[in-house]
Design a protein around this ligand. Structure first.
Ligand code: SF4
Length: 426
């Protein structure tokens, strides 16, 4: 089933959006644990799921040797599925074992999965009960990463949204604070924090914080910048607590990063000359780094199949900074408000699609014949076999791609498959 619908008036333009509902080919929200557990240094993710969930996590996380791992799966066995065991009691037992062995855990996330949903296991009740038991020692929260409810990056959104009610309330007369929202690799986060410090913007906090104890306060004094375009629920929860979103491009490429920083600078009254002085060196470095990939990418046509929700800002980056031609930009969900500025900058005629219908989308790839298709792992091999060059969307989520210093690497991630194809042709 698909239908064309215009963007509503509050969107940046009236580009028609092709809406599709059908079979999906994306990872579930459990995948987010792979990057979230690295980011939140004293958090533990306990997936309440099946062996399939455990395998997904282990293969997505690769081979990791931790003295003390920070995620695990409480396996729901067949007798649990058949309703023969009291899963809540078993979960209490597992949590007790875990927390008695690991006093270092500051936040424990109980993560729902398809099996826990199928047996209607109430993890919010469990989190509340266990939260009371371990109050003052470990914060216990829950969210769903199930494939029934979430796709890929929505797991991070659900996780961060679960943290928002835990953020302390600020004093009514608190001075403005900047909050960066979205898990970024530490190295990228540090670069941004340095730039904000040079700009004279302070204090700056991050959600998620690296340590449970550093969870920032929130209130009408909070002005937040989204670092990721897939944080719809988190944004809503922050706004419910009075925070204001700073509207900006996402920090991809020289121009996206400049615009993102500028939104904060304007909000905090940073002088324009000072802004330019601080930002110019990084921006120039980014532009020079991007240039290395221009010859390979300029004029090339690219299709994004819906996967990570990064598609719209990445297509904008490739179109405006590298001269690529987006043919179709598919995204699992289109948040019009958050991506309004990005949509405005996409070339006229770019087909935007929301949702997934694999067969229809593959048919359009075959008809469009783009030079490069960005898609999930499951679709890449069949498309390569048909002669299409592909890029795995998951690499874009796992690689540091935000900010000035990563802009060259981001461009190179798209240039590499085209270079490889040229080498194979020789
Ligand atoms: S949550 Fe669902 S989709 Fe994800 S690994 Fe577990 S069973 Fe599979």
């Amino acid at each position: 089933m698909n239908e064309m619908a215009p963007l509503p008036a509050n969107g940046a333009d009236c580009t028609p959006v092709l809406r599709e509902r059908g079979q999906r080919e994306v990872f579930c929200g459990l995948t987010g644990i792979v990057w979230l557990h690295r980011k939140m240094q004293d958090a533990f993710f306990l997936v309440v799921g099946s062996r399939t969930c455990a395998h997904l996590l282990q293969s997505a996380a690769g081979v990791m040797i931790f003295a003390e791992p920070r995620f695990a799966t409480a396996i729901i066995e067949e007798r649990d599925l058949a309703g023969m065991a009291d899963c809540q009691d078993e979960l209490d037992r597992v949590v007790e074992q875990l927390l008695s062995r690991r006093p270092d855990i500051g936040t424990l996330f109980l993560v729902g999965s398809c099996p826990s949903e199928v047996i209607k296991m109430d993890l919010s009740k469990a989190a509340q009960r266990l939260g009371e038991k371990y109050a003052g020692r470990t914060r216990i929260l829950n969210y769903s990463g199930s494939g029934i409810e979430t796709t890929f990056t929505e797991g991070e959104d659900a996780c961060l949204a679960s943290l928002v009610p835990e953020m302390p309330a600020a004093q009514p007369d608190a001075a403005p604070e900047l909050l960066i929202v979205g898990a970024l690799p530490d190295i990228v986060e540090d670069q941004f924090l340095r730039l904000f410090a040079e700009l004279g913007i302070e204090p700056v906090f991050c959600l998620p914080a690296r340590k449970a104890a550093d969870l920032p306060s929130v209130g009408p004094h909070t002005r937040y910048l989204l670092a990721q375009p897939f944080l719809t629920e988190t944004a809503r929860a922050l706004e419910d607590r009075g925070a204001q979103r700073l509207d900006a491009l996402f920090p991809f490429g020289a121009e996206g990063t400049t615009a993102w920083l500028r939104a904060a600078a304007e909000s905090f009254g940073v002088d324009e000359m000072h802004f330019n002085r601080v930002v110019a060196p990084g921006r120039e470095r980014a532009k020079r780094a991007i240039e290395h990939s221009r010859a390979k990418l300029e004029g090339k046509r690219i299709t994004f199949l819906p996967d990570s929700q990064l598609e719209v800002p990445l297509a904008r980056f490739l179109a405006t900074e590298l001269g690529m031609v987006p043919v179709e930009v598919g995204t699992p969900y289109l948040h019009r408000h958050h991506t309004a500025r990005e949509l405005e900058l996409l070339p006229e005629g770019t087909r935007i699609s929301e949702g997934q219908h694999v067969d229809n989308q593959l048919d359009r790839v075959r008809a469009d014949k783009p030079d490069l298709t960005v898609c999930g792992l499951g679709l890449a091999n069949p498309l390569e076999a048909e002669g299409f060059s592909t890029k795995w969307a998951i690499e874009l989520v796992f690689s540091p791609i935000h900010g000035f210093e990563q802009a060259g690497d981001l461009a190179e991630l798209f240039a590499r498959p085209l270079r490889r194809r040229d080498m194979l042709k020789v």
